[in-house]
Design a protein around this ligand. Structure first.
Ligand SMILES: Cc1ncc(COP(=O)(O)O)c(C=O)c1O
Length: 384
């Protein structure tokens, strides 16, 4: 245990060592670019996860995954973290969160059918579903980056016109910007879902990363017909070895039909790592949250001081923050930032309607790197 008021900061990996990483974050751009884009954190693995993976490699434990310990570990984490009593009989390991929601939405809609999303939102909410022959209907967030219930109501009515089947893919907490939906908002979504007969799939991959002042509410607590996706992969930085969990509400018909089909399983190493994360990675997680909470407020202060005219939505959850550049750098500000500032953010328009003139900034790094990133952005703005 660490003494009260102190924490073990995971954001201490030196830049020189980060630059040795071969992941997309560190290799996609030239070596002089500071990468603050894709959802990867600049941390080392939590010790219990590293030890579990080392053990598996040493022992040649390289087969297909079992599922019970993973599901139980998630159930215990959900109980302890959110007070959520998950029915473990209705939890299915899936290959990844993306493939989990795509498969779930395929169960709930027909070819050519519509899936409602709330842009600006995580770009794979569009691409993979279009590839699976589903159409996307946008119900954009309000200017405050919160759910617009009237827009969702309209979208559900239009998507089901003529008796067609449609579904709604919710991002909870929301990426980008980190809005944490309240119980009242989610209950209103559940009511719309019931009224229009549009089932909800809730992507809750960022659920553990919620800051003081906000509370994550599992969607299935307000809607027994919904399905949710969970994973430890964002919180413990495990994108390299995918695994995720599809949770079916007690009345989720789509979950039963999903179960009846044949699907790819997660990676065994992903299951091992996430099981260790949920069971033994909780001290590390406490340090992560303290570090991210410091970072989100640091960026608020840095933006206020050095980036006049730029808006920053202090996130309630996630480490994927949202900067608004107004008229300063055109519709796609990330281009100027990379070309002239050598700092890589995600360009807003990729997130759909409402994304123009914005960029997504990943704050899961050291304070020194955040300070340097803001300095570089400030240099571009000063050039006009
Ligand atoms: C909202 C959301 N869903 C899913 C994913 C990716 O999940 P997976 O790698 O398990 O497919 C991310 C990654 O950043 C995400 O932000």
């Amino acid at each position: 245990m660490t003494p009260a008021g102190t924490f073990t900061d995971p954001f201490t990996v030196p830049l020189a060592r980060l630059r040795e990483r071969t992941s997309a974050k560190w290799r996609h751009y030239d070596a002089d670019v500071l990468p603050l884009w894709v959802a990867e954190m600049d941390v080392d693995l939590a010790d219990p996860i590293r030890e579990a993976l080392e053990r598996a490699i040493r022992d040649g434990d390289m087969g297909y995954p079992g599922s019970t310990p993973y599901v139980e570990a998630f159930g215990s984490f959900a109980r302890d973290t959110w007070g959520w009593q998950v029915d473990e009989a209705r939890v299915a390991p899936v290959q990844s969160v993306i493939l989990g929601y795509v498969d779930a939405l395929i169960e709930l809609t027909d070819a050519g059918g519509e899936v409602i999303v709330n842009p600006p939102v995580y770009p794979p909410f569009f691409q993979y579903l279009i590839q699976a022959d589903r159409a996307i209907r946008e119900a954009p967030l309000g200017a405050d980056m919160r759910l617009d219930l009237a827009a969702i109501d309209r979208a559900m009515a239009e998507a089901t016109a003529g008796g067609r089947r449609a579904a709604y893919l919710l991002c909870s907490p929301h990426n980008p910007g980190g809005t944490v939906h309240t119980r009242e908002e989610l209950a209103a979504v559940a009511e719309l879902s019931r009224r229009h007969g549009v089932p909800v799939v809730s992507d809750e991959i960022h659920a553990p990363i919620v800051y003081p002042g906000a509370t994550f509410v599992p969607y299935l607590e307000v809607d027994p017909t919904g399905m949710a996706l969970h994973a430890a992969s964002k919180t413990w930085n495990l994108a390299a070895i995918p695994a995720a969990l599809l949770v079916g509400g007690p009345e989720a018909a789509g979950f039963d039909s999903y179960r009846a089909g044949k699907h790819h399983s997660p990676t065994h190493l992903g299951v091992i790592a996430q099981t260790a994360a949920y069971n033994e990675g909780r001290d590390w997680y406490a340090g992560l949250m303290a570090g991210l909470d410091r970072n989100r407020l640091l960026v608020r202060d840095l933006v206020a001081e050095h980036l006049p005219g730029v808006s920053y939505l202090v996130p309630e959850g996630t480490y994927l923050t949202w900067l608004g550049f107004g008229d300063l750098l055109g519709d796609e500000p990330a281009y100027a930032l990379i070309e002239r500032g050598r700092v890589a953010l995600n360009n807003g328009p990729y997130f759909g309607t409402g994304g123009a003139r914005h960029a997504r900034l990943n704050i899961a790094t050291s304070p020194a790197i955040l300070e340097e990133a803001v300095r570089r952005i400030g240099t571009v703005l000063a050039q006009g």
